[in-house]
Design a protein around this ligand. Structure first.
Ligand code: ZN
Length: 275
């Protein structure tokens, strides 16, 4: 890496986004972060816009009103509960892109609330609304619990990360590209098993408070597991199974049911459906 002695405001700004420090996940676990949650949100925006822009150009964004309505109702309720329980997420730019790709079983939520959902997830697993709420609740929880920043920190620690930061220090255009690259690399990296357990619990709570059946978390993972016998879905490569996932989810059902015994549906927050 080239060391530059002249003061460069843009490089300075980039470097202030990078912090070495500790944060706490919502479950109280300490997280070692090379990039702050705020920077992760900023960089995720650039990655999201380029990813979704490319899909739009290929005509791969779903515009069918029925699917859009279903996804916006479910995610809108989850967002209402997320904002109630995690006030920091109230100024997030919540949005969801529904990607027309029946072969891909995947969904994700970046830092800052930008989500994507592949049609293969719904069609191949024949998801009910309750199961769809569980999976999106799980994804949103990864973002709420700073797991994106954790994965970006891990990406930075790799060679690709070092190159990206090297580029980032050089000029502003490349800085954005380099940082967005980090966000993209982070999307491909598996979460840790600890992060999975956190997202399982927080996601189940979000979905239950939003009015969806907590039992669906168990059936969702059963369906995912049986699909794995034929062909491992992309989703499972980024969501490794924590130990005894299904048993752990099952154990939490009674306490989840107590959170919303009447299964009252939460109000729907209007979020952007990208198209
Ligand atoms: Zn996960």
């Amino acid at each position: 890496m080239i060391i530059r002695t002249a003061f460069r405001p843009l490089a300075f700004i980039t470097l202030t986004l990078l912090v070495v420090g500790c944060a706490s996940s919502p479950t109280g676990r300490s997280q070692f972060l090379l990039i702050s949650p705020e920077a992760a949100i900023l960089e995720s925006e650039a990655a999201y816009l380029s990813t979704v822009g490319a899909l739009d150009q290929e005509g791969k964004l779903v515009t069918d009103p029925k699917t859009m309505g279903r996804v916006s109702r479910i995610t809108g309720r989850l967002v209402t509960v997320a904002e109630q329980n995690f006030p920091g997420s109230r100024d997030w730019q919540w949005s969801v892109a529904i990607i027309d790709d029946p072969e891909t079983v995947n969904a994700w939520c970046m830092a800052g609330g930008r989500m994507a959902l592949y049609t293969g997830l719904i069609s191949q697993l024949e998801l009910t609304d309750d199961e769809l709420a569980q999976i999106m609740g799980h994804e949103i929880s990864h973002a709420l619990a700073n797991h994106t920043a954790e994965r970006m920190s891990r990406a930075m620690a790799t060679t690709i990360g070092v190159v990206a930061v090297g580029v980032a220090a050089d000029n502003s255009g490349a800085a954005m590209a380099g940082a967005a690259l980090l966000a993209n690399v982070a999307l491909e990296l598996p979460n840790s098993r600890i992060a999975e357990t956190e997202a399982d619990t927080i996601g189940m709570e979000l979905a239950t408070r939003a009015g969806y059946d907590p039992e669906a978390a168990v059936t969702l993972w059963q369906k995912m597991g049986s699909l794995n016998d034929q062909r491992p879905p992309e989703f499972l490569s980024t969501h490794p199974e924590p130990e005894n996932r299904q048993a752990a989810l099952q154990r939490q059902i009674p306490s989840m049911l107590a959170l919303n015994p009447t299964r009252t549906k939460a109000p729907i927050t209007e979020i952007e459906i990208v198209r």
